[in-house]
Design a protein around this ligand. Structure first.
Ligand SMILES: [Zn+2]
Length: 410
């Protein structure tokens, strides 16, 4: 009978010391080996992790009893007695990822082997900084968990992505739902009964792409989240970069324009004021007022009813006005990104977020501006790709961040 994930319970138990602690660390190393590289035999594990064969066999047996590891049968190619292959049991534990966007929520479930079990996208929601909006978010999460066909105690954690200033170490969100003394992660944990981990949305998306998407072997990566605002996730040497308090990557708020547009951060001239989805809507409406037409605009419609999604959809249907406005913000964003490329010398820049769905319409003006404004020696090293996971990057990243945080990989 499986011991019901006692490994993860033990990991949280600080009273475990001595030999038991040593065994726990070795089991963690074995799980990390399976998670990073895939299935292995006892002999492989023993050699790679420098643990004796009998000791390795004993630890793997315990992990089998925990239900976390599965026997995948005999290897195929060996001559003589064929050893068994072991690896993570995908259905032993699960992780929930929640991505909160301005007008909808995406929520999903991943198993231990990074397989997407279920994703519910575009659940209607309005992100306001109010207790009511927080209440509604709790309800969405609980409704999702309630209808899952797995037992709740198999969910080891919930990863929640929010835009703005997040301290993922302390669980505080400073831009949304910061109503009292208690960290937001604690409030949500009380509601759901499951440990909650907070992350900045762009960083979680970057992690999703890094582990599951457009990244091959690259280790120096910038992920640009092109949405209503502009966010960034930074990977340095294959690891997420947080900065001192987790606020690194505030690309949207670098002052690059000499304009009088007040950014919602309170300052003016921020990149976000002219190169974000919010700026796109403003530019689009100005053109409409000037007499331009678009399939995204019906006369008599309220200007406030226009959402970013309407313009993206129009561009995908080759609407000229939408494409022109997207090119305009793309050029400005590319100029901002040229600075980043000079600073970071990345191998790969991934263009993600809602606007990445417009593909070449946003990518080409960005590439042109990057070439125009960055040093050619530096930008020659850099590949610019559209996100492969698209709308799923945030949810997958949130789940993987929980998994890898629990395994001590972050
Ligand atoms: Zn700003």
């Amino acid at each position: 009978m499986p011991r019901n994930n006692s490994f993860f319970d033990d990991l949280r138990n600080e009273a475990i010391t001595g030999v038991a602690y040593k065994n726990l660390s070795l089991k963690k190393q074995i799980l990390i080996r399976f998670a990073n590289t895939g299935n292995a035999t006892i002999a492989d594990l023993s050699k790679e992790l420098n643990i004796s064969t009998p000791k390795t066999a004993g630890l793997v047996t315990e992990l089998l009893q925990d239900g976390l590891v599965k026997d995948y049968g005999k290897t195929e190619s060996s001559i003589g007695r064929r050893p068994s292959l072991y690896g993570l049991n995908p259905h032993s534990v699960f992780f929930v990822g929640v991505e909160v966007k301005r007008f909808h929520v995406n929520i999903g479930l991943l198993d231990f082997k990074k397989n997407v079990v279920k994703i519910s996208e575009s659940i209607p929601y309005r992100l306001d900084n109010t207790p009511e909006a927080f209440r509604q978010l709790c309800d969405i999460i609980q409704d999702f968990i309630r209808i899952l066909s797995i037992k709740k105690d198999k969910i080891l954690g919930i990863g929640l992505n929010l835009s703005g200033r997040i301290n993922s170490r302390t669980g505080y969100s400073y831009s949304y739902f910061h109503f009292g003394e208690e960290p937001l992660s604690n409030l949500l944990e009380k509601e759901t009964g499951i440990p909650v981990f907070l992350e900045n949305d762009s960083r979680a998306m970057a992690y999703g792409e890094f582990c599951h998407g457009a990244v091959r072997d690259e280790k120096h990566i910038l992920f640009i989240n092109m949405d209503y605002g502009i966010g960034m996730g930074i990977m340095v040497n294959g690891r997420l970069y947080y900065g001192r308090s987790g606020f690194a990557g505030e690309l949207g708020h670098i002052p690059v324009f000499d304009n009088e547009i007040i950014c919602h951060c309170g300052k003016k001239g921020c990149l976000e004021t002219e190169a974000s989805g919010e700026a796109l809507i403003r530019i689009f409406l100005k053109r409409i007022r000037g007499g331009a037409s678009s399939i995204a605009w019906k006369p008599g419609r309220k200007e406030t009813a226009i959402q970013l999604e309407d313009i993206i959809r129009a561009a995908k249907q080759d609407d000229v006005l939408a494409i022109e406005c997207i090119a305009e913000i793309g050029e400005k964003l590319g100029k901002g990104m040229a600075t980043l490329i000079n600073l970071y010398n990345p191998e790969l820049v991934i263009l993600g977020g809602s606007l990445s769905a417009t593909g070449a319409y946003i990518q080409l003006p960005i590439i042109t501006a990057v070439h125009k404004y960055s040093l050619s020696l530096v930008n020659n090293d850099t590949e610019l790709k559209i996100s492969q996971l698209g709308e799923r990057a945030g949810v997958i990243g949130a789940c993987l961040l929980v998994r890898d945080r629990l395994l001590g990989l972050l």
